[in-house]
Design a protein around this ligand. Structure first.
Ligand code: GDP
Length: 195
């Protein structure tokens, strides 16, 4: 699949601000600073579609991008930024829950984890949440340029074990910096949309 067109369609903190549920949505989740904005910019071919954060944890909105006038990519707010207050993280939880639980046209949430590290407790919690809602199964391991090529399988194995992935679940190593791995991700997205 090639993304020819991408436009921000809505920025929401509550369901009344969501766009209509007429198009399939694929959302992206991950902790702050995992490289989500960089990845979204890479796959949409737009340098500034999603803002690459100098200060992580700032984005507290659900951003809906209309892709090729055919489906949406949804940028979920990052989690796990230490400096965020308790009340903000409560708001975050409520906002996420409303979207993940109630959005009928949401077909999958792609979870991002940093390839260098064992998935954090919050990564595991997020993934379990996705599993609960049947939105799990696809993980992107970001910043693949930060580990040597022969370390990649080892890191992926650790990610698989920590998140408890099954054989049919997919982990795609991607580097936004080196622009690698994203075609495979786009193929997976195309497949999801065709199902
Ligand atoms: P977000 O908070 O998840 O949206 O993460 P950003 O896209 O803002 O990236 C966080 C930081 O990681 C920035 O300094 C990026 O330049 C850096 N980064 C993102 N993707 C990559 C990557 O593929 N490789 C490397 N080496 N750095 C990356």
């Amino acid at each position: 699949m090639i993304i020819k067109k991408s436009d921000i369609e809505a920025v929401a903190v509550k369901p009344s601000q969501y766009p209509p549920d007429n198009l399939k949505e694929i959302a992206f989740a991950g902790r702050s600073n995992v490289g989500k904005s960089s990845l979204l910019n890479l796959i949409t071919g737009r340098k500034k579609l999603a803002k690459v954060s100098g200060s992580p944890g700032k984005t507290r909105t659900i951003n809906f991008y209309l892709i090729n006038d055919a489906f949406r990519i949804v940028d979920l707010p990052g989690y796990g930024y230490a400096k965020v207050s308790k009340s903000i993280s409560q708001d975050w939880g409520a906002m996420m829950e409303k979207y993940l639980q109630g959005r009928e046209n949401l077909i999958k949430v792609i979870q991002l984890v940093d390839i260098r590290h064992q998935p954090s407790k919050q990564d595991v919690e997020m993934y379990e949440y996705l599993r609960y809602y049947g939105l799990d199964g696809i993980v992107v391991a970001t910043k693949a340029d930060k580990v040597s090529r022969n370390q990649i399988p080892k890191q992926i194995k650790q990610i698989r074990q920590t998140l408890g992935l099954g054989k049919e679940d997919i982990v795609i190593p991607v580097s936004a910096l080196k622009r690698t791995g994203y075609e495979e991700l786009l193929d997976v997205i195309e497949e999801l949309l065709g199902e």
